[in-house]
Design a protein around this ligand. Structure first.
Ligand code: SF4
Length: 346
């Protein structure tokens, strides 16, 4: 057990980190966080471990202990590249499974095994097999927010940042004009508006993004004249239609970084605004948001416990992992359509 007393030495050691996050972490909370941050960073070095943190992690995790941060796609790529022996996934279970699928020889830990996801819970491998029977010959594109078992039944994976490219790439490769894209109904509907490929989807929703409404967006604009609205494509299409830009969490971050709007609202999970605000203090963030209860299960205390006890190790059946890996690797090979990216950024 680590000594988690807040001493003058800990305060001095963590002063630069606190300087970074002081606008989003109350001073009163720092004595609780700082000893755990020091202990986690020391254990990482001793055990040759890295922490992958999703953009929805709280700022003391995202900015103070993470080695790699990003959206699902960025974290999947880092998981594949790192030479660390141990990966701690500060995110939800499907992300830890994806890390394990791509790095079968590494130990992948999740600090809270109950950190699930409403999208991942919405569909099973058996559901995918039934869809294939109903629509024979159509390729199955699976959002990365799914279990390894569901990925294993798929032809290719996608994330919210590459979904349009993946739909068009697999349709061209298979010579079809229709694809199955599961399980996020809203993501599929938003993607369908950007391509001529027909998309059959599923009834899964993200419990965070499905709660935003078009009326919410209009209310944000009315209360904050001139605010720029960025929405995640897991939101319902009528929400995306009201936004100035729709993109993955990494797409939103790059929009804020390149455009530097004076005032912005990120229509997504609450921690995003805090994490981006640390990097761009000149941008004013309007902060209506919805919390993801699954992401918020991951805390500094649980990350420390995870590293101390090497729990909970995430395992994936090797047969399922091999099939899921081929779907994830197929996605990683899809080249981004740069002309579309330039149009989106314009
Ligand atoms: S924000 Fe939505 S998609 Fe992401 S983990 Fe939470 S429930 Fe799942």
């Amino acid at each position: 057990m680590q000594d988690l007393t807040y001493t003058a030495e800990i305060a001095a050691l963590t002063a630069p980190l606190y300087g970074k996050v002081k606008h989003v972490v109350p001073e009163i909370e720092w004595p609780v966080f700082a000893p755990a941050i020091v202990a986690i960073n020391r254990l990482k070095r001793e055990k040759h471990a890295v922490i992958l943190a999703h953009n929805y992690m709280t700022p003391e995790i995202f900015h103070c202990v993470a080695d790699f941060v990003g959206d699902s796609l960025q974290l999947a790529r880092e998981a594949a590249k790192t030479d660390a022996k141990i990966i701690v996934q500060a995110g939800v279970h499907f992300m830890a499974e994806t890390a394990k699928i791509l790095s079968p020889d590494k130990t992948v830990l999740i600090p809270d095994v109950k950190a699930g996801c409403s999208l991942a819970a919405s569909i099973t491998g058996a559901d995918v097999r039934l869809l294939r029977q109903k629509y024979p010959g159509l390729p199955v594109i699976t959002y990365v927010n799914t279990s390894a078992e569901v990925k294993a039944e798929s032809d290719i994976c996608c994330t919210s940042s590459n979904a349009v490219d993946v739909v068009e790439a697999i349709a061209a490769e298979r010579g079809v004009d229709t694809v199955i894209m599961i399980p996020d109904e809203f993501l599929a509907q938003n993607v369908a508006k950007q391509t001529h490929i027909r998309i059959i989807t599923w009834k899964g929703h993200c419990e965070v993004h499905e709660r935003f409404t078009a009326a919410d967006i209009r209310a944000y604009r009315e209360a904050n004249p001139g605010v720029v609205v960025l929405a995640h494509p897991e939101c319902p299409p009528e929400v995306v239609a009201e936004a100035d830009f729709a993109g993955s969490t990494s797409g939103m971050i790059s929009y804020v970084g390149t455009k530097r709007p004076k005032r912005v609202v990120l229509v997504t999970e609450c921690s995003m605004s805090d994490n981006v605000a640390v990097e761009y203090p000149d941008v004013q963030f309007v902060r209506p948001c919805n919390l993801c209860p699954h992401m918020k299960r991951i805390t500094l205390a649980k990350i420390l416990h995870s590293l101390e006890t090497m729990t909970t190790e995430v395992t994936v059946d090797p047969f399922i992992a091999a099939r899921a890996r081929s779907a994830v690797e197929a996605m990683l090979k899809v080249k981004p359509n740069t002309s579309r990216l330039q149009r989106a950024a314009a």
